[in-house]
Design a protein around this ligand. Structure first.
Ligand code: UDP
Length: 324
């Protein structure tokens, strides 16, 4: 198949491109590199079936030479620090950018999947979050550029399914971690691991009682493939995440135990509108797709810490060369 991946140089997008290539597909990736990274592509950039375009999808993409069979639309800043730095770009990629991707998918009669987010539930009043829950979002707060634009993306995508019969579906991704997580994007996994590797105190925002549920990236990529290519997913919405819910204090302690049990944990002011609890109900993905996460937090953390260790060594070696 010919497959287009928007956000192909991002954390999840790059893993998706890599798997699609190993499955024998032709893969075209689009990325404007606001949050995507060239280093995410090094393992497969020279693959003969891979094409990369540095392109911002808020502009129409007109350089395709062959029809597309499936379009994965992943492009968007996704970390709270990333979208706070680029709030207008976040609004635009999830509105105008999504519209461009929808038009492209419809033009080629391609299958379409867009990644939305657990942030669509805001600070949820129902727990765990089922797909039917409508959420509790502050429409004008500092996270709203992401939450509200993703809700718009969902709504617009559903209109293309309803109005034009697009073969489209939506996924709400919960916190995802693993190799290629940007070490500087301010998210909890890179922050805690880098702090631990640098022998610095681990910073908890607020009292650490807030919860998140972390999925290892390979589980999420398998889920994306299942949602895109399984029968009966047109017009459907699926949560993809790992219901293994942890408090941030518990999470900090797990990382500290693996990397350096003597580290201090410090408490900093809470982020504004930080959701207090987040855990997916994945009954729908389990029963309809036979999908569920398989990588435990311990296993995933070990692999991720190894990745961050290597990245740190490479960064330090490069800095050493520059200053020599
Ligand atoms: N967090 C923290 N310390 C950090 C970074 C994040 O305590 O150094 C907390 C943050 O306040 C939130 C959770 O970890 O409650 C997850 O934050 P992240 O930025 O990874 O993503 P979010 O789930 O909020 O989108």
């Amino acid at each position: 198949m010919n497959i287009l991946v928007s956000g192909g140089a991002g954390f999840i997008g790059s893993h998706l491109c890599e798997i699609l290539l190993t499955q024998g597909h032709q893969v075209t990736a689009l990325d404007n590199f606001i949050t995507g990274r060239h280093s995410n592509l090094v393992d497969f950039i020279d693959h003969p079936a891979f094409k990369l375009y540095e392109h911002d999808i808020i502009e129409p993409f007109t350089q395709l030479t062959e029809p597309v069979d499936a379009l994965f639309h992943l492009a968007s800043p996704a970390s709270p620090v990333g979208y706070a730095k680029n709030p207008i770009e976040t609004h635009l990629v999830n509105s105008v950018g999504t519209h461009n991707m929808l038009k492209l998918a419809l033009h080629y009669q391609a299958k379409y999947l867009v990644t939305s987010t657990s942030e669509a539930y805001g600070d949820p009043l129902e727990h765990p979050q089922r797909e039917e829950y409508w959420g509790n979002v502050n429409p004008i707060g500092p996270r709203s550029c992401y939450d509200e634009s993703k809700r718009f993306t969902e709504s617009l995508s559903m209109e293309y399914v309803r109005q034009f019969g697009l073969d489209g579906r939506i996924v709400r991704l919960f916190n995802t971690y693993g190799p290629r997580n940007d070490p500087t994007d301010g998210r909890v996994v890179p922050n805690f691991i880098n702090q631990a590797l640098n022998g610095e105190p681990i910073t908890i925002y607020g009292d650490g009682k807030q919860t998140r549920s972390f999925s290892y990236v390979s589980d999420i990529v398998q889920g994306l493939l299942k949602v895109m290519f399984s029968e009966g997913t047109k017009g459907e919405l699926f949560n993809l995440g790992n219901p293994d819910e942890r408090t941030m204090l518990d999470f900090a302690q797990s990382i500290r135990t693996i990397v350096n049990p003597t580290l201090e944990i410090v408490f900093l002011p809470a982020r504004e509108d930080d959701p207090t609890r987040r855990c997916p109900d994945i009954t729908k993905a389990k029963t309809r797709l036979g999908w569920q996460p398989t990588v435990t937090l311990q296993e995933g953390l070990h692999k991720t810490i190894a990745y961050f260790r290597t990245e740190k060594e490479q960064r330090e070696a490069t800095l050493g060369e520059k200053s020599a």
